[in-house]
Design a protein around this ligand. Structure first.
Ligand SMILES: C[S@@+](CC[C@H](N)C(=O)[O-])C[C@H]1O[C@@H](n2cnc3c(N)ncnc32)[C@H](O)[C@@H]1O
Length: 391
């Protein structure tokens, strides 16, 4: 195993538990290393810091895997997955849909695993995880004994690592009949192949369970609804009417199925459209809502796109406020890490000021506990959910 030294004074954060070393912090060139190669990391004076893997193509040149000088093999992954499983069992017992492994927060940077009953959806997001593919799959088999392992290695993080997308069955047979899981109080269909990202947006569990039953009254718009869990939970808790809005027709078909299954079809309707177009149309028709859920995809994918993304959030939130009855509730979310919680709150304050409306925050939420946060690594905390009553 080769040794890489970090520049003088740059080791402090890593010693405090930060798991990334950026290319400008590394003393020795990693240009000739293989993406994903395991290395020892040391201070400039040669004091051992940890074992990690490098990627010469990425700004994040090194990701730490362990603070001891160990070998990275199946035993390493068995130990990491065992600890991750134990935490999920402690917090979620027999839940049917759980994020079992959340990358850096489970000390396996670049690996995501969601479980739906006994099926796993796996996402290898870095070259370092790709390098250990076989050991990872063996360890997953041993710890979870899954019926199916399905790979969904997609998205922008792989591009940054110089990797192509990879999607398909790793082991087992795809379920012949549709799979349904209980999530946040609702039975939802899960399609391992067609679902967006790794299936369901499990990070919202706590927010849905906490805020939706409190606000589920009157006419509700579930904007960016995906397969409809927010709106369905609202309908189940007594909302008079729920409109699901999403640009994915497939997602809305799943929402309709789930509404039927829960015998909530009568109060539910769907709008398959771009959200901005639909918001404009609602405004023209003078439609108003008592509650609006706003859970868009990430508008800010990198620091450099902050300005445009901020504008996107501002625009969609001000249009939502326009559609709210006086005294109505806006539940607004952002899953962009670069939109920090204080900026998001500030944005909502500015939206209200622009619209000459006042508001009171009744809830501030974050990602669910199966997406733990490393105190030393702010990047592991990304989801914001603010419920605000607008006068
Ligand atoms: C973060 S997910 C929403 C998750 C959902 N609220 C849940 O908890 O299951 C974002 C959703 O926005 C949809 N979407 C993306 N761009 C859109 C657009 N321009 N207009 C409407 N929907 C859009 C996607 O299809 C996806 O379902």
């Amino acid at each position: 195993m080769k040794n890489i030294r970090i520049k003088r004074g740059q080791e402090r954060r890593i010693l405090e538990g930060y798991l990334w070393g950026f290319s400008n912090q590394i003393e020795d060139s990693v240009r000739d290393y293989n993406p994903g190669e395991v290395v020892r990391l040391s201070t400039r004076n040669g004091k051992f810091i940890g074992v990690g893997y490098v990627n010469p193509h990425s700004l994040i040149a090194v990701r730490i895997l362990h603070q001891d000088d160990i070998e990275i093999n199946t035993d390493f992954f068995l130990s990491r997955f065992g600890a991750a499983r134990q935490l999920r069992q402690q917090i979620y017992g027999n839940e049917e849909a759980v994020r079992e492994i959340y990358s850096e927060s489970d000390y396996v940077p670049g690996l995501i695993v969601d479980r739906y009953l006994d099926n796993l959806v796996v996402s290898f997001n870095t070259a370092g995880m790709e390098t250990h593919r076989e050991a990872i799959i063996n360890a997953l088999q041993e710890v979870y004994k899954p019926a199916v392992i399905y790979e969904k290695s997609i998205g922008s993080s792989r591009k940054l690592e110089g990797l192509d997308e990879n999607v398909g069955l790793i082991s087992g047979d795809l379920p012949k009949t549709e799979s349904w899981v209980q999530f946040a109080g609702i039975k939802l269909p899960v399609d391992l192949e067609k679902g967006q990202k790794t299936g369901l947006f499990l990070d919202q569990r706590l927010n849905i369970e906490t805020i939706v039953p409190m606000v589920a009254k009157g006419k509700i718009l579930d904007a960016f609804s995906y397969t409809g869990v927010w709106g369905l939970r609202a309908a189940k808790s007594g909302a008079a009417a729920v409109t699901f809005l999403d640009s994915s027709n497939w997602a809305l078909e799943q929402a309709v199925k789930a509404a039927k299954q829960a015998r909530l079809g009568k109060v539910c309707e769907v709008v398959n459209s771009d959200a901005l177009q639909a918001f404009k149309a609602f405004a023209e028709q003078k439609q108003k809502f008592d509650v609006i859920f706003l859970d868009p995809p990430s508008f800010i994918r990198s620091k450099s796109s902050f300005k445009d993304g901020y504008r996107g959030y501002f625009d969609i939130n001000q249009r939502a406020v326009d559609l709210l009855e006086s005294g109505g509730l806006l539940v607004s979310c952002s899953c962009s890490y670069h939109m920090r919680p204080e900026s998001f709150e500030e944005l909502l304050k500015n939206v209200l000021r622009r619209k000459e409306r006042s508001g009171r925050i009744i809830y501030k939420g974050r990602q669910a506990p199966d997406h733990p946060v490393l105190p030393a690594m702010p990047e592991t905390e990304y989801l914001k959910c603010i419920a605000i009553q607008v006068d």
